[in-house]
Design a protein around this ligand. Structure first.
Ligand code: NAD
Length: 243
């Protein structure tokens, strides 16, 4: 690992437009299960039932039960880990161009990261489908204690601020992420299986535009063969050693 860290340090030393691209594995050490990989959440909850937009629009109780029993308690307990703080430190050193995250947990912002593109939205807010009113995660949880599914004060149905399966990604976030991937000099993948599209197209965009590609992920990814450097290690450990 030490030889690879030296190689990474060299790449980082010559980079000042770094994109850090984080996935569920990056928050695993904060106590939030990944979807895939060992112990992944999807082995317990089928995403095509619990997090699918078509099912949600027909019967949202699957999602809200999942939110109440699984998501809310876990997200409320989670704290940023060493990896989140290492990225904040790299930002202070003027190295980070953008953080693009697939995570919906808000932990980058909680650690103090200023420029985060959330490709899959955020579980920390909920919107009313009728009047557009926004509720925090705690307000949503309170409404859920009263009735299932939870309702807005206008009587409208609430929808999580996350992108559900079958929904398009927010266009602004997608455009910003594509642009950042095109303009960066180092694209750092941190804890992502790189199988969820269109998010997973970002490393390819960066590589094609001439950036170095470094992948830090415990399991192999489909893009390992185009990477300049690969770590099969904990992302927080690699970043801690780097800084
Ligand atoms: P994924 O679950 O598909 O893959 C996670 C990857 O992280 C696995 O390949 C695993 O090997 C690796 N990993 C696990 N622990 C790690 C660690 N400590 N260091 C480095 N790698 C580690 O996750 P994904 O690629 O982000 O895509 C799936 C979807 O999961 C995304 O859409 C995201 O929105 C969602 N998700 C988010 C959260 C969160 O917000 N924390 C949690 C679960 C899922």
């Amino acid at each position: 690992m030490d030889k690879k860290i030296s190689e990474l340090k060299k790449i980082v030393a010559t980079s000042d437009q770094i994109v850090a691209f984080t996935g569920a594995g990056f928050s695993a050490e904060s106590g939030i299960s990944t979807f895939r990989g060992t112990g992944g959440l999807w082995s317990k909850y089928d995403p095509n039932i619990y997090a699918n937009i078509n099912i949600f629009m027909q019967d949202s109780t699957y999602y809200w039960n999942f939110f109440r029993d699984e998501r809310y308690p876990v997200i409320k307990k989670a704290k940023p880990n060493d990896g989140h703080y290492a990225l904040v430190e790299l930002e202070k050193r003027g190295k980070i161009y953008r953080v693009i995250t697939q995570n919906i947990d808000g932990l980058h912002q909680e650690a103090g990261q200023s420029d985060v593109i959330e490709l899959h939205g955020s579980t920390r807010k909920t919107n009313c489908l009728s009047c557009g009113k926004t509720y925090t995660i705690d307000e949503t949880y309170k409404l859920l204690q009263k009735e299932l599914p939870p309702k807005c004060s206008c009587g409208g149905n609430l929808k999580p601020g996350t992108v559900l399966f079958g929904e398009p990604l927010p266009q602004v976030a997608l455009d910003m992420a594509s642009l950042a991937s095109k303009n960066c000099d180092l694209f750092l993948v941190l804890g992502s299986s790189l199988v969820v599209y269109p998010a997973a197209s970002m490393p390819m965009i960066a590589k094609k535009s001439g950036a170095a590609l470094v992948i830090v992920n415990i399991d192999p990814t489909p893009m390992d063969d185009i990477a300049d450097l690969i770590f099969r290690e904990s992302a927080s450990k690699v970043l801690s050693k780097l800084i």
